[in-house]
Write a new protein. Structure first.
Length: 702
């Protein structure tokens, strides 16, 4: 830790921050753990991945790794609310390691030592590292800091060296994931036949009339439903009614929101500090000592957005001026001082499409150049640049439409930088640009800007005082002590006018109760030590104290009728009503005759119905009815009565205008390819996780 402090003082490099973005990228937010199972006899097992049991010890070690990354990144120990995210990241990382490493090995995806060197000190330094190597004076990437830091590692203590090795492994995993994702995304292709179907669906138009008979035309009292009907329906549709481990609770809350006195005290304090901020000559030192913001003194350069609470309240900021205090949506009071405004290194923004030529001979390069120029022509003729980048781009920017973000001229290889910085207007460059990496199609999206702003931020959070919290806790603790069971809980709450809130079918892995976040402790109590009818101790949430009573608890598996009776009853009711409606209109040959049977039925004219839609205007979601209408072969014919979730529908085809043939379906191919590419990564991850048969028992421990 001493070395970290020394490095920060000398270079401004907080290497722990590097891990954060990579961790989130590798996890992607896409892998969601499935419902857990109670069928686990080993009390030290937190889950299973690909048939391998994960012990509490192994999981805890992974948590410690991510906790250490958080501390290096932020300079503080994570709070309990933040530990929720740390634990989840650790779990998802274990899934990724076991699921994806095997796939990388099968495909031969590797990162060579030379590639890793290039990522940490070469021409393609990873963005997570580049973002931290910033000269505080210029706000620009400073490679000298990187060199200084890497040299210092030779004499660093073993713990620091081990931490850096961990970062390098994250870089490697990140690069493998980029390669894997790009391989999947670029493997997607839509055929001309698929494009024709897409075009046909969007451009085939029917003029139709639709009779809509809602279920309420039959009163519920006219329908007889027995328990055997409900049981039979549930038996035939078990897959619709799977339940996980769940519990139902009732709870009472005692608010610990700030009082009027608390608010007045914070306002007085922020006003006093704002006056001092106006006159101080040590802006950064002052806000570092007095602001509750993590990074209160920052430089904002081209592409960086100033805080919304400043820009929304001040039209034209001036150097040396102090603005505020303002109230933010996060219940904080904030004041700003414009410490400096200056001209610095120019930055601009552009997007590109890379056609790689690495490792190719002259013949291969000529072929790639020809392809790049062909795509450039298509873009000039109207092909969307971002769409083309996703389809043809061969680097990590392809999935974001080729966007390179804001960059300085020295950040890129000379031919690329020269071409972009020579542009005098935004838009597509007229020619492809060759670099050592291949041929680039470039679109300038923002011209160079040089304005920088140093901003000192003074922020105080409005929180409940100790006196406010103590009073709320005394009331909550008294209520819990007087409520020995659920009956007493209900009686006491009713007598004292406390609102009883229900939380039904709470999942065992949930961290929320209704809209209450960070309620994991309550959920663990319900699935752990609590018995039905028991009253909980006092739990402290973000803005309240809570006392709960356990109403019921269910285990994972097929739902029992009593658990879903109301839901099943409604579905059976709709089925029986649909049968009755069909019987009443049987023998009628026109929509008008059918409508006459039910006063609440409606006859709708739809002159512009499209084949690719699933919603009938003015009626609702009815994909089966739409398909049936387009399936009619002759104008004037009507469909059979069709049962949808919203009621019974009968359609009549008045006329059909088929989609006209066109000569080029490229745009539709591109749309389909892009959509498939965007879905591919998620679908593959879900498939791999299903194959890994992930079981999550962590709710027993955290």
């Amino acid at each position: 830790m001493a070395l970290i402090k020394q490095i920060r003082q000398r270079t401004g490099l907080a290497i722990g921050v590097i891990a954060g973005g990579l961790i989130l990228f590798l996890l992607g937010g896409d892998l969601l753990s499935p419902n857990s199972s109670l069928l686990n006899s080993n009390q030290n097992i937190v889950g299973e991945i690909a048939g391998e049991e994960i012990s509490l010890e192994e999981y805890s070690q992974k948590i410690e790794e991510f906790k250490a990354s958080f501390q290096q990144r932020t300079g503080r120990v994570p709070a309990e609310a933040e530990m929720v995210s740390v634990r989840e990241q650790a779990w998802q990382a274990m899934i990724v390691e076991r699921v994806f490493d095997e796939e990388y090995e099968k495909l031969g995806l590797t990162v060579s030592p030379a590639e890793l060197v290039d990522m940490v000190q070469g021409k393609n330094i990873v963005p997570e590292l580049r973002a931290q190597l910033v000269n505080p004076q210029t706000g620009q990437f400073d490679k000298n800091q990187l060199i200084t830091f890497l040299q210092s590692l030779e004499t660093a203590d073993p713990a620091q060296q081990a931490f850096w090795n961990q970062q390098e492994q994250l870089f490697v995993q990140s690069r493998k994931r980029v390669k894997y994702d790009n391989m999947l995304a670029l493997s997607e292709y839509a055929t001309t036949a698929e494009a024709k179907l897409e075009y046909k669906g969007a451009n085939s138009i029917a003029d139709a009339s639709v009779l809509y008979i809602p279920y309420y035309v039959i009163p519920d009292g006219e329908v007889e439903i027995s328990d055997s009907d409900l049981s039979a329906y549930l038996s035939k549709n078990k897959e619709k009614f799977q339940i996980g481990n769940s519990a139902s609770m009732e709870y009472v809350m005692f608010s610990i929101l700030p009082s009027g006195l608390d608010s007045a005290e914070v306002i007085s304090r922020i006003n006093e500090l704002t006056e001092e901020l106006k006159t101080t000559t040590e802006d950064s030192v002052f806000v570092s000592r007095n602001s509750e913001l993590q990074f209160p003194f920052q430089a904002f350069g081209p592409g960086d957005e100033l805080p919304a609470s400043l820009t929304s309240n001040v039209g034209d900021i001036q150097k040396g001026q102090t603005y505020g205090p303002f109230v933010t949506p996060n219940s904080t009071y904030v004041s700003y001082k414009i410490s400096d405004q200056y001209e610095g290194t120019a930055k601009m923004r552009s997007s590109h499409i890379l056609f790689s030529t690495e490792g190719m001979d002259d013949t291969g390069k000529a072929s790639v150049k020809e392809q790049a120029e062909k795509v450039l022509t298509e873009i000039k003729e109207g092909l969307d640049f971002a769409l083309a980048a996703r389809q043809y781009g061969q680097d990590g920017t392809a999935q974001v439409g080729g966007d390179l973000g804001w960059f300085a001229k020295e950040d890129f290889v000379e031919p690329f930088a020269t071409a972009t910085y020579a542009a005098n207007a935004v838009g597509l460059l007229p020619n492809v640009v060759e670099t050592e990496y291949g041929y680039h199609i470039i679109s300038v999206t923002e011209l160079p800007k040089t304005s920088y702003t140093k901003l000192a931020t003074l922020e105080l959070e409005l929180v409940a005082s100790d006196e406010t919290r103590d009073e709320a806790y005394r009331n909550a603790d008294t209520f819990a002590a007087e409520s020995g069971n659920r009956n007493e809980f209900t009686e006491n709450a009713t007598d004292k006018g406390y609102r009883i809130i229900q939380a039904n079918n709470v999942d065992a892995n949930s961290r929320n109760l209704n809209n209450l976040t960070n309620a994991r402790g309550v959920v663990m109590w319900a699935f752990g030590e609590a018995s039905v009818g028991e009253v909980s101790p006092v739990f402290e949430l973000d803005n309240s104290y809570l006392i709960a009573t356990l109403v019921s608890r269910k285990e994972e598996g097929d739902a029992k009728l009593e658990d879903v009776k109301d839901q099943v009853r409604q579905l059976v009711l709709n089925e029986k009503k649909a049968a009755m409606i069909k019987e009443k209109i049987a023998g009628k040959t026109t929509l008008e005759e059918m409508k006459a049977v039910f006063a609440d039925a409606s006859l709708n004219s739809l002159p512009d119905l499209r084949l690719n839609t699933s919603v009938l205007p003015g009626i609702g979601f009815a994909p089966k009815a739409i398909g049936a209408i387009f399936g009619l072969s002759t104008a004037g014919k009507i469909t059979q009565p069709i049962q949808e979730d919203i009621g019974v529908l009968v359609g009549k085809l008045n006329s059909l205008t088929p989609a006209a043939e066109i000569g080029d379906y490229t745009a539709y191919q591109g749309q389909l390819t892009q959509a498939a590419s965007q879905r591919m990564n998620y679908q593959i991850m879900m498939a791999l996780q299903d194959l890994a048969d992930v079981k999550d028992y962590r709710y027993k421990f955290y």
